[in-house]
Design a binder for this molecule. Structure first.
Ligand code: NDP
Ligand code: 3PG
Length: 496
């Protein structure tokens, strides 16, 4: 159970503690932040509201700890990460319980998130050993006008202190996808978890604590992003920010100093369906892509662009499947569970009302109870409707009928987002041309958008982000290049 057994140190009274200097601490603010259970809409947990002074101390410790961590052999760093991964997987049940209560993630998906996170940590340890163990050797006579008098040795070195800020929808997985690459590369890490999801993240951090990482190397400060966010992201002690979330990321990128930024932001992933597509496959992927975790995935299918000639048939198939989705409590492992907050539900309702006023066809009746919104397919959506462009981050999916592939590509590219997209056709040549024309970081052919497997590169164009994630890319991003040049008094050529 959360906050008990090996996790007992994390909780005191009814408030979870924050993690600094290898210890669980109460904030001197004496204030806490409530985490609301999306299902009951009552306070489920409380976390510390950390102060600016506490952030300053954490940054100091992170800087000191990083210096000796960078001198820890790579294989030893990997060993500790493997240990943390095993502990995380061993304690999947209490962590999954927190995910269910804090963010209403369906029970089975919650367990999957923790297991996937353990696997990500292990994979990162292995990948880090491989790619950080290698460097480059260059000789000067490959550049015009030079003799072989210079040997250049290149290796990857840590950046220093990494600030990690994940969003509510994967508070464990999107935290470890930043923590593990940072640590294997010799950095220290300060985590600011999302408020909804903070207790799951604190339990995850405790698994790293149990693995025995040095004091101060990992810290976790809690509090509302709106209150401590700016102080953290503009802190002079931070050498890199890895952020996943919404428009907040755009604001951070304008305020942050001259440091590397990894930003994974929103998306409006389009699903383009051609006349020759296997419509059963498309319908299954639209359900999985559009409605899993109630549409609260950056990679959710957020607009279907289907050729008019097959639209009736596709809408019928999807509608039949939507009717079979179960709606209710995450504890019962329902397909559709309450969205994360009342304000999120209100926002989704605003999009639905706008579509209604402008004449979209409702394939189901719109139904809401608190934060729970029943799955809704909107047909005949037109570009003047907000739902055609904005991401609901909820179980509402618009269908726009198109008369040409170009029209579909045009709609996709007119979006300010460019995260992922997908195209369904049996003609692989056409699929490649469409993929090349779509201005998105990834295009999936004959499957719904998805970030996983977690070692694949994951990136957004335009307002969807800066840089690329995925295990290898994140390790590389959290390092810089250092070169040492050996200058010889006379040219030297290897004779073999
Ligand atoms: N591309 C991707 O990989 C993903 C993108 N997203 C996008 O994220 C959005 C939903 O997630 P959500 O969690 O609501 O996103 P937010 O951008 O609201 O929050 C993300 C994180 O930022 C923190 N935060 C809030 N304000 C600040 C600030 N001023 N400075 C620093 N940090 C701050 C939040 O903390 P707190 O909770 O305390 O406010 C949270 O930890 C959607 O737009 C979605 O598309 C989501 C997942 C993945
Ligand atoms: O944050 C998100 O929504 C994810 O990055 C999506 O991950 P998934 O596609 O593997 O669910």
């Amino acid at each position: 159970m959360a906050g008990t057994g090996v996790f007992a140190d994390v909780l005191e009274g009814d408030v979870y503690k924050y993690y600094a200097d290898g210890e669980w601490k109460k904030s001197s603010s004496g204030k806490s932040v409530a985490i609301i259970n999306p299902m009951t809409r009552k306070t489920q947990y409380k976390v510390q509201a950390c102060t600016q002074e506490e952030v300053n101390k954490v940054m100091e410790s992170a800087k000191t700890a990083q210096k000796s961590w960078a001198k820890t052999p790579l294989w030893k760093r990997a060993e500790l990460l493997h240990k943390a991964a095993a502990i995380l997987k061993e304690h999947k049940a209490p962590i999954a319980e927190c995910l269910v209560k804090e963010i209403a993630k369906p029970a089975k998906d919650a367990v999957t998130e923790v297991v996937r996170s353990g696997d990500l940590v292990s994979y990162t340890a292995e990948e880090g050993v491989r790619i950080l163990g290698e460097g480059k050797f260059l000789v000067s006579d490959s550049f015009p006008g030079n003799q072989r008098t210079k040997y250049c040795l290149t290796s990857k070195i840590p950046l220093g202190v990494i600030l990690a800020i994940p969003p509510f929808n994967y508070p464990v997985n999107l935290a470890v996808s930043k923590i593990a690459p940072a640590l294997i590369a010799g950095n220290s890490l300060v985590l600011k978890p999302p408020t909804q999801g903070a207790v799951s993240a604190l339990h995850m951090v405790h698994c790293f604590h149990l693995a025995g990482f040095p004091k101060g190397l990992i810290s976790c400060v809690t509090g509302k992003g709106s209150e401590i966010g700016d102080f953290l992201t503009m802190h002079p002690g931070v050498n890199c920010i890895s952020f996943t979330g919404g428009d907040t990321g755009i604001a951070i990128s304008k305020k942050a100093g001259m440091i590397p930024l990894q930003m994974e932001l929103g998306g409006k992933d389009a699903c383009i369906v051609l006349e020759d597509a296997d419509l059963d496959l498309v319908a299954a992927n639209i359900i999985k892509g559009g409605f899993s975790y109630s549409g609260q995935r950056c990679t959710a299918v957020k607009v279907v662009l289907v050729m008019e000639s097959v639209a009736d048939l596709l809408v019928e198939k999807v509608k039949a499947k939507v009717g079979k989705l179960t709606v209710g409590a995450p504890e019962d492992d329902c397909d559709i569970t309450p969205v994360v907050s009342e304000s999120s539900a209100n926002f989704i309702e605003g999009l639905v009302k706008d579509a209604k006023e402008k004449g979209a066809t409702f394939c189901q009746e719109y139904k809401r109870d608190g934060n729970l919104i029943w799955p809704l397919l909107l047909d005949n959506v037109r570009p003047d409707m907000r739902i055609a462009w904005e991401e609901p981050f909820g179980p509402v999916l618009p269908v726009i009928r198109i008369n040409s592939v170009e029209e579909g590509i045009h709609h996709c590219n007119a979006s300010n987002f460019g995260l992922q997209g997908c195209v369904f056709t049996k003609d692989v040549n056409k699929a490649i041309l469409i993929s090349d024309a779509m201005e998105t970081g990834t295009v999936q052919i004959n499957s719904a958008p998805a970030r996983g497997p977690d070692h694949f590169p994951f990136q957004g164009l335009k307002d969807s982000g800066i840089g690329s994630q995925g295990v290898t890319n994140s390790i590389n991003m959290m390092t810089k290049i250092k070169t040492t040049v050996i200058n010889l008094p006379t040219p030297s050529y290897t004779m073999g």
